[in-house]
Design a binder for this molecule. Structure first.
Ligand SMILES: *Cc1c(COP(=O)(O)O)cnc(C)c1O
Length: 375
């Protein structure tokens, strides 16, 4: 049996261990410290965001962003349906109601037309949404300029979920920097990892100061422990941030390696009838976090996504269906949704292929060979 070919596994560079060792040598193990400051600085330089708070996860960043927008029980928050559950969960932590929006077919992200329709509908029903949460899924930027124009028209804040899209841009501007706040993740499967971690980015200094305050138990400025607000334990540790500083040194390589994986799949599988890739619209740059294909059984003589997934699995190759939309999830289906069938179809026909930056050329060819043999 081949050794396992993973979907997206951690890929360390040469410097991570040195930053972690420095934390140990100086006994700076606890939260905060020079690695956290350094990592935040690196993220700002890379994304162009003015301010950053390094946090324990992307989910924590999303939770704090919603809290700072004043989202409370009974409020409504507009959320992309085609995503990982961590985009929507923090809305429910706060007792608010997610209103799910389906995707457009060009980037697979939040459909601006449905977004505007939903805003109008919710306002008519007496409730203006408190925030809009679009996602840049699989690294492909959403139609964020159109989404921002609609958000500005109705004066609703945007929190961009860029957890999968560090390094993705539109005309050179980083995803996560279009809205009021952006969420990043450094979970183990993302393009770079701190073993677990996340960040909130913004050009608004007050918001990031407030995020840091809330993330360290909302301690008032006093010698004793005094609290006027409920706090959270959401800061990134100095040890994890050391991994992040090392990973930032190789991020550009990781992006070109993932894009290379995509290009190879496209070159070798792109001509097969019934297999479709997701091209970049003009001006869009995807970090190609995961390469995804759509398999149309009507054009492949019945070969479908599951045929391929199960066959790959038998060869010890990990692949996975695309995210199951939130409006179809048992835990979320009771919430309002505005749908057009796009994300449901993507879920039914789509497959994520092994896409790690640490895949060898041979491993990519093994995947390709095991897909090609069906055709
Ligand atoms: C990974 C991910 C998150 C959550 O990030 P964590 O750091 O794992 O909490 C949120 N949204 C999307 C789209 C993700 O892929």
């Amino acid at each position: 049996m081949n050794s396992k070919i993973w979907l997206s596994s951690p890929h360390m560079g040469n410097d991570e261990f040195n930053f972690v060792k420095e934390a140990f040598d100086t006994n700076w193990i606890a939260p905060l410290g020079p690695n956290v400051n350094g990592f935040e600085q690196d993220l700002q330089t890379f994304t162009g965001a003015k301010y950053t708070a390094a946090l324990s996860s992307g989910t924590a960043a999303q939770h704090l962003a919603l809290i700072m927008l004043g989202v409370q029980a009974g409020d409504e928050v507009i959320c992309q349906s085609f995503t990982f559950s961590a985009t929507a969960n923090p809305i429910v932590y706060l007792g608010a109601t997610p209103v799910f929006i389906d995707s457009e077919a060009e980037t697979w992200n939040m459909c601006p037309d449905l977004l505007e329709q939903a805003i109008k509908d919710r306002i008519k029903k007496g409730k203006k949404p408190k925030a809009i949460v679009p996602v840049h899924l699989y690294g492909m930027p959403a139609q964020i300029k159109r989404i921002m124009a609609i958000a500005n028209k109705y004066e609703i804040a945007v929190i961009e979920d860029a957890a999968e899209a560090l390094g993705s841009t539109i005309n050179g501007k980083a995803t996560g920097t279009f809205g009021l706040m952006g969420v990043l993740s450094f979970n183990g499967n993302k393009i770079i990892t701190t073993s677990g971690g996340g960040a909130l980015i913004s050009n608004d200094r007050k918001l990031i100061d407030q995020a840091r305050f809330l993330a360290t138990q909302a301690r008032d400025n006093a010698p004793h422990f005094q609290h006027s607000q409920i706090g959270y334990n959401y800061r990134m540790s100095n040890v994890c941030a050391g991994i992040g500083r090392g990973q930032m040194k190789v991020l550009k390589d990781r992006i070109s390696q993932r894009r290379q994986v995509y290009d190879t799949y496209l070159r070798d599988l792109g001509d097969i009838q019934g297999i479709e890739f997701l091209p970049e619209p003009a001006g869009y740059f995807s970090n190609r976090w995961l390469t995804t294909i759509l398999v149309d059984p009507e054009k492949t003589k019945g070969i479908d996504r599951e045929t391929i997934r199960i066959a790959l699995d038998a060869e010890n190759i990990e692949s996975r269906p695309l995210w199951k939309p939130m409006h179809l999830q048992p835990v979320f289906e009771k919430y309002p949704s505005f749908t057009n069938g796009v994300s449901e179809k993507l879920f039914n026909t789509g497959l994520c292929l092994p896409s790690g930056s640490n895949l060898t050329a041979d491993e990519v060819q093994t995947v390709i060979k095991n897909i090609k043999k069906h055709f």
